[in-house]
Design a protein around this ligand. Structure first.
Ligand SMILES: *[C@@H]1O[C@H](CO)[C@@H](O)[C@H](O)[C@H]1NC(C)=O
Length: 418
């Protein structure tokens, strides 16, 4: 009987399809590609957890390893050596800014009396993964440098588990201060009136936090003129915003993963995850969380009805959860959305990309709204069919139309505002 192999094949196929298939909202395009990508990520996470549990490797280092293998394999299929479009005119060098590794992109034109734009970029990856030197980050920074005649500096700040908050923030801040010094701007022929800070996801968090600090720093003669925040992470008090609930299972940033990234970044006990999921860490009896602070992340007043829908706020009442201690929870350097209006008022003009299918949608929408209320000019580009991570899926093999559209939007905004 040849029945057994057939049965095995069918069962296996069904199992694989079951593992890969996830129901996605109709508005999201290229669904199968996204499902495969998500299945790849999930597999990497599962393998990493297994290795961690077996004591072979820290799971974060293991995930980094598997994404490199994935990229390496894909690049093997390609004729060009680097996965990114190499733009001949752009000079790329890996150097250090006050001891922090950065990748510098210098556009072909410029020098000799022609001042260029400047842009500092912080990549995303939950403060634990990613590198500005890889994939779409590298490709996109080259394009910005070339098309907008911009000196781009992409910062390789240190990551978890080697470090946690505030180290990544301090690395970025130090690199930013160095970049904005009159000597460095002069050295690279950058116009001090046209320097941007930008970042996506955790990098958007760092960009927002660094922009705030620089805006307040009286000793800095040159400040960022604009900030571009791509689906930034901005607060850790409420993991039950409408977007956290609506998009909790949408790839690639699942709700539990974002909460985990926060615990790691803040150096908190990872076993607190279930508590944070129900907002026990920001329960109403926490006296340090004043009504004033709460109002700064209060989506019931900061979001439009279109986003609030029928969602109800989750505020844990009381109980014996005094031991839900999360260091840095109220530190504005970690949660820029907690800054007061007097701080926001000093911040540079902003471009904020938010995606409908992203747990962080409401973080970005609330920040855009609060900056606006503080008198800052804000362009909020809300991507109706966008999902978290799409901005860095613009190069083959991880290429999505929506990501390319977002990148063009970002480029156009910089063209007109920087
Ligand atoms: C949240 O806190 C309450 C009150 O202490 C507790 O009963 C509940 O188990 C906590 N929830 C979780 C998921 O730990």
């Amino acid at each position: 009987m040849r029945l057994l192999p057939l049965v095995v094949t069918v069962v296996f196929t069904v199992a694989v399809a079951y593992y890969i298939y996830i129901p996605l909202p109709d508005a999201i395009q290229e669904q199968w590609k996204l499902m495969l990508l998500d299945a790849g990520f999930r597999t990497a996470m599962h393998l990493a957890s297994l290795k961690h549990w077996l004591g072979i490797d820290h799971y974060v280092t293991s995930i980094r390893g598997s994404t490199s293998v994935f990229e390496g394999t894909m690049k093997g299929f390609m004729s060009s050596e680097s996965g990114s479009a190499v733009i001949p005119g752009v000079k790329v060098s890996d150097i250090e800014f006050v001891g922090i590794p950065v990748r510098l992109y210098e556009p072909p034109a410029g020098g000799e009396g022609h001042l260029r734009r400047g842009l500092m970029y912080f990549h995303g990856g939950g403060w634990a993964l990613g590198s500005g030197k890889k994939g779409s980050y590298d490709a996109n920074n080259r394009i910005v440098s070339d098309e907008l005649n911009t000196v781009v500096v992409s910062v390789e700040y240190r990551l978890y588990p080697e470090v946690h908050f505030p180290v990544p923030y301090l690395d970025c801040l130090a690199a930013a201060k160095h970049f904005l010094s009159p000597e460095v701007l002069a050295k690279y022929a950058i116009d001090p009136e046209r320097v941007a800070v930008a970042g996506d996801s955790a990098g958007g968090n760092l960009a927002a936090a660094v922009a705030q600090e620089i805006s307040l720093d009286e000793s800095m003669s040159v400040k960022f003129s604009v900030q571009a925040l791509i689906y930034p992470v901005l607060q850790a008090l409420d993991f039950n915003t409408p977007s956290y609930i609506q998009n909790q299972h949408i790839p690639v940033l699942h709700r539990t993963l974002m909460v985990r990234f926060w615990l790691q970044y803040l150096g908190a006990d990872l076993s607190l995850l279930p508590q944070l999921m129900v907002n026990n860490h920001s329960a109403s009896h926490h006296s340090t969380i004043t009504p004033e602070l709460r109002s700064r992340v209060d989506w019931t007043t900061l979001l439009a009805q279109k986003y609030k829908k029928n969602h109800k706020p989750v505020i844990a009442e009381k109980g014996s959860n005094e031991d839900v201690k999360v260091p840095g929870l109220l530190d504005v350097r970690a949660s820029p959305l907690l800054a007061g209006p007097e701080v926001l008022a000093k911040c540079p003009r902003a471009y904020v990309i938010t995606c409908e299918y992203d747990v962080l949608r409401d973080d970005g929408l609330m920040y855009a709204r609060r900056l606006q209320d503080a008198g800052v000019t804000v362009t909020n580009d809300h991507i109706e069919d966008g999902f978290h991570g799409s901005f860095s899926f613009t190069t083959w093999p991880m290429e999505f139309h929506v990501g390319k559209r977002m990148f063009r939007g970002y480029l156009n905004w910089l063209q007109n505002n920087l």
